[in-house]
Ligand binder design. Sequence first.
Ligand code: ADP
Ligand code: MG
Length: 263
Amino acid sequence: MSEAVIRVEGLSKSYATEAGLFPALKGVDLTIEYGEFVAIMGPSGSGKSTFMNLLGCLDTPTSGDYFLTGRNVARLHADELASLRNRTIGFVFQGFNLLPRMTLADNVALPLVYAHREREPRREWTRDERRAKAREMLAKVGLESYAQSLPARISGGQEQRVAIARALINSPSLILADEPTGNLDSHTSEEIMALFRKLNNEGITIVLVTHELDVAAHARRQVRFLDGRIVSDDQTPQSSGAPTLESGVLRDDDSFAARSTPC
Ligand code: ADP
Ligand code: MG
């Protein structure tokens, strides 16, 4: 059996507060396969960010298991976990978190400073290699010509595209995005979602938190949280306009029909 990119079982998280333990996540089971595009929805305070922080290995659960690409993260040493996380996950946040005094290319290249080259684990990226890779990622999000600009020179939507380029630089199989369009107007949100769809069509698994229905409509699957639990898990209705695999299915049907037509 091939492993899912994400599998959680009975995942719970309680925060210590002055009033005692607060259960923010109450036994969540969820499997996300490679190539999925999932929107995590639910009202404020329902546990979405808590869940995303656990998926991103940025926090540890109170109980339950998390298998990331089949590896039980609780069983990994800190350096193994950091390496798995860096190789597997790209993060995108609501605030774009670009460093203001660095050029966009250097912002995008930043994760490489902490990474080692694939297949050459002992060799670090040189400065020129980092810059070339950053330009490649900026080209992917349509901002190559801004490589030498500072973040203050570009719009919010462009900043988020730079943050997505930064998330892509380690060739992650999974992007985790917590309210990535939360600071953007609806037109710019659509552009960012189109970019996520393109990346998903290229094979990257995307898990994205949003409370906006039109943003969630771009995902193929919608998982809804309420009071720390999953209360629904549905495929997105096809009328959303989001791309689907249907065209491929139709082609298969057509060729079957052609083959079975009597001559
Ligand atoms: P969402 O992202 O869906 O708005 P969160 O996961 O941020 O929800 O929060 C879920 C609940 O846990 C909320 O009631 C929030 O106040 C609480 N919470 C989140 N983080 C902490 C924390 N560090 N300490 C105490 N309570 C927290
Ligand atoms: Mg949140």
